[in-house]
Design a protein around this ligand. Structure first.
Ligand code: ATP
Length: 233
């Protein structure tokens, strides 16, 4: 399933307020690509717009030849695209196992529970614990495991490292590399440049609802000062 996501002239509004002003970028099959930018630049809104979760959007979102700009979220999910929100969305009254099985399957070939537990051994002991009993890191792993179970192959991940300890961040980084090796395609929103630099093929810099620069992974080190000035670091 070789599929490229091509975003052209993407605009989005919350009510009267325009937040995306013509985003242009692409993510090719099998790549890990990041959106980097200051708070409020529009990175999360971009992921939500791709997933159909921002009602008011214009422009083009194509998965190969399929135009998704007007598609409802369930149709986008059925194309194998899944969104893992920053707040993770774990149902606290449900067990880990119940959370894992909650989203409907969208395609054949979703990971089995055994495969998910191989990726996230920490969850093994926790299968029957309630969502609320999990640490932040375990919740992030559960949120990732849950979308892997659905059969989605194109993953939109919103700041998976947010608020996590360095050792857990390393573990999430290893998992993303494993997912890439398994052929998943990943669009990642990140604030943590060190994390992003270790895992991504390419980076797009987002400012005020537009892509203002593209940095290949191999050039990030050399262009770190430029990137830091974009990010106000
Ligand atoms: P952050 O890392 O802070 O989430 P971001 O780059 O992901 O930053 P967005 O969350 O996409 O930025 O927000 C872009 C702009 O849209 C911001 O000005 C934000 O205040 C505004 N915004 C986000 N969500 C809503 C909403 N539900 N209603 C109205 N405005 C919103």
């Amino acid at each position: 399933m070789a599929e490229t996501l091509t975003i052209s002239g993407l605009e989005a509004w919350y009510g009267e307020s325009k937040v995306l002003h013509g985003m242009d970028f692409n993510v090719r099959a099998g790549e890990v690509v990041t959106l980097l930018g200051r708070n409020g630049a529009g990175k999360t809104t971009t992921l939500k717009a791709i997933m159909g979760l921002v009602e008011n959007r214009e422009g083009s979102i194509r998965l190969d030849d399929a135009e998704l700009i007007a598609a409802p979220p369930f149709e986008i999910a059925r194309k194998g695209i899944a969104f893992c929100p920053e707040e993770r969305g774990i149902f606290s009254s449900l067990s880990v196992r119940e959370n894992l099985f909650l989203p409907p399957t969208v395609a054949k070939g979703g990971m089995t529970i055994e495969q998910i537990l191989d990726l996230f051994p920490n969850l093994k002991e926790r299968l029957d614990s309630q969502g609320t009993k999990l640490s932040g890191g375990e919740q992030q792993m559960l949120a990732l495991g849950r979308i892997l179970h659905t059969g989605a192959r194109f993953l939109l991940l919103d700041e998976p490292t947010e608020g996590l300890a360095p050792v857990i961040i390393q573990q999430i980084g290893r998992t993303i590399r494993q997912l890439k090796a398994l052929g998943f395609t990943i669009l990642l929103v990140e604030q943590n440049v060190a994390f992003a630099s270790g895992i991504a093929d390419r980076h797009y810099v987002v400012e005020l609802g537009r892509v203002v620069d593209e940095i290949p992974g191999s050039e990030l080190e050399a262009r770190l000062d430029t990137l830091k000035s974009y990010l106000g670091l």
